[in-house]
Design a protein around this ligand. Structure first.
Ligand code: INI
Length: 161
């Protein structure tokens, strides 16, 4: 019989998660974090300081996201990791390098460790565009959190099989 695997949003409170967040452009990344935490909390995740479900690691910039994500994923303590960063072309002559290294690195960590890692790095031409996606219009932090809940749940389903 055919099996359909799908992530659910009804058992999120059982997931263990980490967020790895870049300080660079923290005007933007802090807002992404707020959106992310709001979504997680509304899906039953304990986001308080005493939480045993959620850990947060700060790194200097998006280039450091893959290493710290790898380190956390390898502990085996997390169902899913969310990375948050903001790379803005206007300020960054080496924009392409930062984006390419961060995205490749994060994808590699996910495949190597088997832990889903959400790529929550905004890549925009201007600070204005980044702020619009971090709360002025909508907050993509919310979307990244939803994607994390879906992937964490989906991988649990697959592992049961
Ligand atoms: N890091 C970012 O997260 N966003 C940027 O826009 C950015 N710029 O502009 O350079 C950036 N650079 C820092 C980089 O990620 C590293 O932290 C740094 O090179 C030290 O390794």
């Amino acid at each position: 019989m055919m099996v359909t695997f799908e992530g659910r949003f009804t058992e999120s409170s059982a997931l263990r998660m980490a967020i790895v967040i870049a300080r660079f452009n923290d005007l933007v990344t802090n807002k992404l974090l707020m959106g992310c935490l709001d979504c997680l909390q509304r899906h039953g995740i304990d986001t308080s300081d005493k939480s045993s479900q959620l850990d947060i690691a700060w790194v200097p910039g998006s280039l450091e996201l893959p290493l710290v994500t790898q380190s956390l994923a390898r502990t085996g303590q997390y169902d899913v990791v969310i990375t948050l960063g903001a790379v803005i072309r206007g300020d960054t002559p080496h924009f392409e390098v930062v984006v390419a290294e961060a995205s490749k690195g994060i994808a590699t960590v996910s495949r190597d460790t088997g832990v889903p890692v959400i790529f929550g790095v905004l890549t925009t031409d201007t600070m204005q565009q980044a702020l619009e996606r971090a709360g002025i219009k909508s907050n993509l932090g919310w979307n990244y959190a939803l994607q994390a809940l879906e992937m964490g749940s989906l991988m649990r389903e697959l592992h049961k099989k």
